[in-house]
Design a protein around this ligand. Sequence first.
Ligand code: GDD
Ligand code: MG
Length: 362
Amino acid sequence: MKALILAGGFGTRLRPLSCTRPKILFPIVNKPLLQWTFERLTKNKIEEAILAVNLQTEVFIKQHRISRCELHIAYSRDPVKKPLGTGGAIKKAEKLLGHDTSFLVLNGDIFADLNYREILKIHEEKNAAATIALHEVSDPSRYGVAELANDNRIKKFIEKPLREEAPSNLINAGVYVLSPEIFKYIPKGRKVSLEREVFPKLTEEKKLYGYVFDGFWMDIGKLEDYLKINKILLGSFANQQKYKIGSKVKIKKPVAFDKGVSIGEKTVIGPYAVLGRNVIVGKNVHIQNSVILPGTTISDFSSANGSVIGENVIIGKGVKIGEGCVLGDHVKVRDNVSLARRVSVCPAKEISESVLTPKSII
Ligand code: GDD
Ligand code: MG
C-alpha cells in the first residue's frame, strides 16, 4: 500500500515558528514530526510515501535531510502560489498513486498512533470509497465531525461545525484509506476540499465509512497543542534517555536533551523540558515546561516556563520568559527583560524592554 502525506498547508496558527518551518518539520521531543510519520509508516510495512507539498515545503524537507527509514519517497507539488486544497492535492498525485489498489492518506500535521492495517481491513470489508479514522474528543468544533451508523457507515460529515451543531464527538483524525474510485469525485485543476466537498457527497452515496480508534492522537494545529504533545511524549518515554550532564546541574525528569547540549552549574532543568541540539544554557537558569529549539543560548540567571523558544535565539542574563510565550528563530532578548505571558516574537527581532501583557511583536 502507498501512502500520501498531505503537507502543503501553511500552519498560520503556529506563527511565529511556522514563519521559518512547515508544520511537518516541527520537532517533537527533538525529532521532526515527519520523521515520526516515516517511522510509523515503516513499522506498518508501508514501502512508498508520496509527499503532497508546495515548493517551499519541498525545499525545507530536502534541506532537513530526514532519514527516509526504508521508504521510497516521491513528491507531488501544488502549483506555485495556487494551493490545491486537501482534495486537489490527492487528485494531483493520481498518477503516482495509480488505480490498482487502495491507498493511505495522512494529514501531515497530526500524530496518530494507529495500526494502518486495521483501517484497511474495515475499508475492504465495507467495499468503501473512503474510510476515515475517527477519534473521540471533548470539543469537536475545531475538526471534521462524523455521525456513524451501526454498520460503521458515516451518515453525516461536517467540517468544523459550531459546537452545538456537531452531530457527535467523533472527529476526523486525518488518516484515511481511499479507493482509486475517489479520483472520480475530485474535479481536476482547481482547489478542492476533501472534507467540505468530497466527503459530504460520499455520505449521500453511502460510500463513506469510519474506523474508530482510541490510541494516542494529537493535531499540532496550535502552539498549546505543540507544547502538550511534547509533554505527553516526554512523559511516556524520555525517562529512559541517558545523558552526560555536569553533577552540579539539577534535572527534574522527564526531560530530553539532543546532542551537544551544555548546561551550567546550579541550573535546574525540568520537569518537562526539551533541549534541542547544541543548546547552551548558562548558570542558575531554570527551564521547565518548555521546548527549546536547536542552537539557542540561554544566559545565566534566566528562566523559561511554559514557553517555546525557536532556533538560534540568544537570551541575555536575568531574562524571564513566562507562560505561553513563543520566540521565533534568531530572536535576541537583552539582559533583564521579562516577557510575562503570551508574548510572541517574530523571527530575528531584538527585544530590549520588558513586555508584561499578551502581545505579538512583529
Ligand atoms: N498539498 C497540500 N495542498 N496540502 C494541504 C493543502 C493544500 O492546499 N491544504 C492543507 N494541506 C495539508 C496540511 O498541510 C495538513 O497536513 C492537512 O492537509 C490538513 O490541513 P489543515 O489545514 O491542517 O486542516 P485542519 O487541521 O484545519 O483540519 C483537518 O485536520 C483535522 C484533524 O487534525 C481536517 O481534515 C479536519 O477534518 C480534521 O479533523
Ligand atoms: Mg491541521
